[in-house]
Design a protein around this ligand. Structure first.
Ligand SMILES: [Zn+2]
Length: 356
């Protein structure tokens, strides 16, 4: 089948259908001939069902979507000034191999919530069951190496697909699958349970048990259009990823500007001052409460709350000052800065939950 001269990363292969030679990667499990589109399982036969998600964009459309997004996202973050000096590069299309896994799922979770306050504080059992028809998209590559691929996968919708045809790929590279179709349901289940657990941990105070059963109904091989643009700004290179399936930006980078740094610096200083005032004020408030000789025990929550809020603000100021040192920021389709690690908003939410 293969005419391998060595056991390097690539082997020369000859298409069974059109006889054209092309290289096959050592990790490839499902391969598509770049000339005729014949798709087969490397250790098996033809891949009978192979679809693609329609590519809605041509190069000009990608340039337009990216320019619009940069205008919009910059005005929300680093300031519109950057847009003048940006020179967009050539948009590059790639076809990403994915599986669409359809299943009916049953989930069960069991945890506990704290109810009441003061002496009435007690734990209440929370339990839930859910069954649903679900669609999971699974990346058929070992490593999600491409920029914004996670956001790209999350943006996929189950519509406007066609039978795969090499003439519909605009001569762009069609990546081979490194994951077998038999592995896709396992990955789909893992993906869904990870997501569910993360959501439940936000909602339920203590999660003791989570179970997921999935009855797989269908697993279909797809290729999806992923566009990438690189652009230059004052000697640096930045990337924006666009989904050809939706026509929208999925993730992009913007250069950090002076305006952004100054904004971050001021909010950091403001948070630091507020933190210092809250922490330093705690003993005085405690003293005032002791002097007032209140019989209500809950009143002591005030200095505790002040102290904790002070610590959160202090941590937040360090997080924000980190933004001053950054060279670039990553923003989503909606122009929201992608959070990494500590999130000021989440801390406040958790904090509010503890005292309400
Ligand atoms: Zn061929």
């Amino acid at each position: 089948m293969t005419t391998a001269e060595d056991s390097q990363k690539l082997v020369q292969y000859r298409c069974e259908v059109c006889n054209a030679p092309y290289p096959l990667g050592a990790d490839d499990v499902i391969s598509t001939c770049p000339y005729c589109g014949y798709t087969f399982i490397v250790d098996g036969g033809e891949m009978k069902t192979h679809l693609l998600l329609n590519n809605k964009l041509k190069k000009e459309g990608v340039v337009k979507a990216v320019s619009d997004w940069i205008q919009f996202a910059a005005s929300k973050s680093v300031g519109k000034g950057v847009t003048k000096d940006i020179e967009l590069g050539n948009p590059v299309l790639q076809w990403i191999p994915i599986f669409r896994v359809k299943a009916s799922s049953q989930t069960y979770h069991f945890g506990a919530e704290q109810k009441g306050s003061g002496k009435n504080k007690h734990w209440v059992k929370v339990e839930g069951r859910d069954s649903a028809k679900i669609t999971e998209w699974v990346l058929a590559r070992r490593y999600a190496a491409a920029f914004g691929i996670k956001e790209f996968m999350e943006s996929l919708e189950d519509e406007e697909s066609k039978t795969f045809d090499i003439n519909l790929t605009d001569k762009a590279p069609v990546l081979n699958a490194e994951i077998a179709d038999t592995d896709a349901p396992v990955r789909a289940k893992y993906q869904k349970s990870e997501r569910d657990r993360a959501e439940l941990n936000e909602k339920v105070e203590k999660l003791f048990d989570y179970r997921l059963d999935m009855d797989i109904e269908d697993c279909t091989y797809f290729h999806a259009p992923y566009w990438l643009i690189r652009y230059e700004y004052r000697g640096g290179t930045f990337r924006v990823a666009v989904s050809g399936a939706t026509g929208r930006v999925v993730l992009g980078e913007l250069p950090v500007t002076k305006t952004y740094r100054v904004k971050k610096w001021f909010s950091s200083v403001f948070m630091l001052v507020a933190a210092a005032l809250l922490i330093q004020g705690t003993p005085y408030i405690t003293y005032a409460i002791l002097m007032a000789d209140s019989s209500d025990g809950e009143v002591f929550l005030i200095p505790v709350a002040m102290f904790i809020l002070g610590i959160i603000l202090w941590a937040g100021s360090i997080q924000v000052i980190g933004g001053v040192l950054k060279y670039e920021i990553q923003l989503t389709a909606d122009g929201e800065e992608r959070e990494e690690g500590f999130s000021f908003g989440d801390s406040l939410k958790g904090f509010g939950g503890r005292f309400s």
